[in-house]
Each structure stands twice: as structure tokens, then as C-alpha cells.
Design a protein around this ligand. Structure first.
Ligand SMILES: [Fe+2]
Ligand SMILES: [Fe+2]
Length: 152
């Protein structure tokens, strides 16, 4: 992989992580009065996504380039679900949207990990990937819990 190809892949992660940091913080504020605990988890998740933004940005800079956001990367991932994101039809839909984004991030991290050599970047991508896995697990178990509540 050339330097430019790597930077363009890293800019993708930079954009996705930035979008997730913003989205989770917005969601956290939106649901504060609805579910305080989920709100705090989303706030914490947003901080972790911001750490990913920063560690990817540092890597891009160390390759001699400037981190560049590709704009709205969330809508294309969600496809027809993106409307719901704006209208926000409830906690379960919100969490399912987040799971879709986390899964996309995990798939892409895994793909890049397989293409690079074991070095600092390898370690960084792995640690981001594991954070996304933890987010996915939490979101998924909360969806299950909420769905059980609905049919009780
Ligand atoms: Fe992330
Ligand atoms: Fe995440």
C-alpha cells in the first residue's frame, strides 16, 4: 500500500470517528431526561470516539498529511435508516443505528489490519477495533433489554 492509499484509508476512519463522536454526544444530550444512564454511556462513548479521532489524526500527521473530513459519511452507511436518525423514533432505533455504525467501523478496521504490517499503526487499529467491539456489545445488550421490556 502506498503512503497516499494509507492516508486516504485513515481519512475515512477520521471522518467516521468524528461523525460518531458528534452523533453520540448529540444523542446523549437528546435523551438526558429520558434515560440518564444511557445518556451517560453515550457521553462516555463519545469521548472514546474522540480519542479515536485524535489517534487517527496523529497518525495522518506523522505521515506528513493533514487530516481531512470527508463530510457526511453516516448517511451512506445507514441508507434508508438515515431518515430515522433525524426523526429519532426512540431509544431502540437509536441504538440500532449506532450498532450499524460500529459494525461498519469494525469491518473496516479489520480489513485494514489485514493489509498492514505489525507496527505502531497495527496496535492502534487493534485497540480502536476492540473499543468498537465493546460499544457494540453494550448497545446490543441494551437493545435486548429494552425489547424484552416492550413485550413483557
Ligand atoms: Fe471509534
Ligand atoms: Fe465505537
Amino acid at each position: 500500500m502506498t503512503n497516499d492509499e494509507l492516508v486516504s484509508k485513515l481519512n475515512w476512519f477520521y471522518s467516521l470517528e468524528l461523525s460518531q463522536a458528534d452523533l453520540y454526544m448529540a444523542q446523549s444530550k437528546q435523551i438526558k431526561n429520558m434515560d440518564y444512564y444511557i445518556s451517560k454511556v453515550l457521553e462516555r462513548a463519545s469521548y472514546i470516539e474522540q480519542q479515536h479521532v485524535d489517534n487517527i489524526a496523529d497518525k495522518i500527521k506523522s505521515l506528513g498529511k493533514t487530516p481531512t473530513s470527508l463530510g457526511d459519511v453516516i448517511a451512506p452507511i445507514l441508507g434508508k435508516m438515515s431518515g430515522n436518525l433525524v426523526a429519532r423514533t426512540g431509544l431502540i432505533t437509536m441504538l440500532k443505528v449506532n450498532i450499524m455504525l460500529e459494525k461498519k467501523a469494525m469491518d473496516d478496521y479489520k480489513n485494514l489490519i489485514m493489509k498492514i504490517k505489525e507496527d505502531d499503526l497495527f496496535t492502534l487499529l487493534w485497540s480502536n477495533l476492540i473499543d468498537e467491539d465493546l460499544h457494540t456489545s453494550w448497545f446490543s445488550s441494551k437493545v435486548q433489554e429494552l425489547e424484552k421490556g416492550l413485550y413483557k
